[in-house]
Ligand binder design. Structure first.
Ligand code: URA
Length: 435
């Protein structure tokens, strides 16, 4: 006679956890840890986790619940450590925006001060571009590194921008995909725990967050962006990662280039001591924050941009990943320039439609498996506040196929305006948030 097998007994019930959150209660630590673990094991069904995510969206989470949720997602995968590196590590995370290429000049700039910058990045989906997509416009450049290669590059070069391995916070990967299709992406506790679980699992000593608000940002509203920033700063701090955040304006695209290859070109201009003022301003502001957390509050960041130190670090970083920093970048086969129809001053360039238009031109992808067209995107010729004459170029669309221009131009209908009065200037960096 065969002996009966006893099924493993689960210590909690997903329905109880869902009901607690639905009714506005706080879920006990062990129950919440179990929920995340059981979801990762596929014991808790997508439908149950979706109901739980909706209850969180509607009723929120306490600071303690968010900490436990984050911790449980970290525990679902590998945790990296740079302890043997002999250098302090500092990372930056941006919530994403249009023309946001700041990671490219920032990582080598900070590394030029002897600090290690491990930037585990992603590919873009939707209207905000992905850092890896941009760098992949450089001939030969390789995004996938082993942990040993990453460690060696951090030791020898100081900066590494590479693909985040699938081992970091796998629970988040499942949950994020589920939130995407259940209208629950916007829950601040879930965004904060999603971002911070990956950053804490990465093992950085300190972290600077660029939390964007405005039309081209994930959070349109500055108050919600502030709440997200405060939640993430608290999470990092509670986990022993020194964390600060800047709240930055994403109503207008950053810089003049929106795309991939053209954003690399603009980043190199910044590393050569030039580049658009807003890109330089944000790069310098974030570098100062990162270096302050790394114990160098008085570092002369601007000098490293103008004297070639940051550029040297960039060239070594690109070469270490088999890229050729001197190779020509892909150029578009077709271009279409839009000109001003009157004299006046540019009063607005709305970030979101420009992001959508660049995406429709092929710079971004609609599905995770789609390729991006590296030469596609938009070059702006003016920014809000600039005076224009009739016939003067305002922006140029870049694509490999002229049939893409019509849909991009549809997205841009009403997205830019020329008026008589210069617009009020609003600061790019709105607030600094510390623990
Ligand atoms: N980015 C993430 O990694 N997670 C979110 O929930 C939102 C943005």
């Amino acid at each position: 006679m065969s002996s009966p097998t006893t099924p493993d007994v689960e210590p909690f019930d997903a329905v109880d956890v869902i009901r607690t959150k639905r009714d506005g209660g706080a879920v006990a630590e062990d129950a919440l840890r179990w929920m995340v673990d059981a979801y990762t094991r596929e014991y808790v069904a997508d439908s149950q986790m979706a109901a739980f995510a909706m209850a969180v969206l509607l009723n929120g989470m306490t600071r303690d619940e968010i900490r436990v949720m984050t911790d449980a997602m970290i525990a679902s995968g590998e945790r990296m450590s740079f302890a043997g590196l002999g250098k302090t590590t500092v990372d930056k995370h941006s919530t994403g925006g249009v023309g946001d290429k700041i990671t490219l000049p920032l990582a080598p700039l900070v590394a030029a001060f002897g600090v290690a910058v491990p930037q585990l990045s992603g590919r873009g989906l939707g209207h905000t571009g992905g850092t890896l997509d941009k760098l992949e416009s450089i001939p030969g450049w390789r995004a996938a590194l082993s942990n040993d290669e990453m460690f060696a590059q951090l030791r020898d070069v100081g900066a590494v921008i590479c693909a985040a391995g699938s081992g970091l916070a796998p629970a988040d990967k499942r949950l994020y995909a589920l939130r995407d299709v259940t209208g629950t992406v916007e829950a601040i506790p879930l965004i904060a725990s999603s971002i911070m679980s990956k950053k804490i699992a990465e093992g950085t000593d300190s972290l600077v967050l660029d939390v964007k608000f405005g039309s081209g940002a994930f959070m349109r509203d500055v108050d919600r962006a502030r709440e997200l920033a405060r939640t993430m700063v608290a999470l990092g701090t509670d986990s022993g990662v020194a964390t600060t955040a800047l709240l930055t304006d994403m109503n207008t695209p950053l810089g003049l280039a929106i795309g991939n290859a053209n954003e690399v070109r603009e980043s190199v201009e910044v590393l050569a001591g030039g580049g658009p003022a807003d890109v330089v301003e944000l790069t310098v502001a974030l570098a100062r924050e990162m270096l302050a957390l790394a114990g160098q509050p008085d570092a002369d960041v601007e000098a490293a941009l103008t004297d070639g130190r940051a550029m040297d670090a960039w060239r070594r970083m690109i070469r270490a990943q088999d890229g050729d920093p001197d190779a020509p970048l892909p150029a578009p086969r077709e271009t279409h320039t839009v000109v001003a129809d009157r004299e006046g001053v540019v009063t607005a360039l709305e970030a979101l439609p420009f992001g959508v238009a660049a995406w429709r031109l092929g710079a971004g992808r609609a599905r995770a498996q789609d390729p991006v067209i590296h030469a596609a995107g938009i070059d702006l010729h003016v920014k809000p506040g600039d005076r224009v004459a009739p016939g003067q170029p305002v922006f140029t669309l870049l694509a490999d196929d002229e049939h893409r221009f019509a849909r991009a131009l549809d997205a841009l209908d009403g997205a830019w305006t020329i008026g008589d009065e210069a617009p009020a200037r609003s600061p790019l960096v709105r607030e600094r948030i510390t623990a």
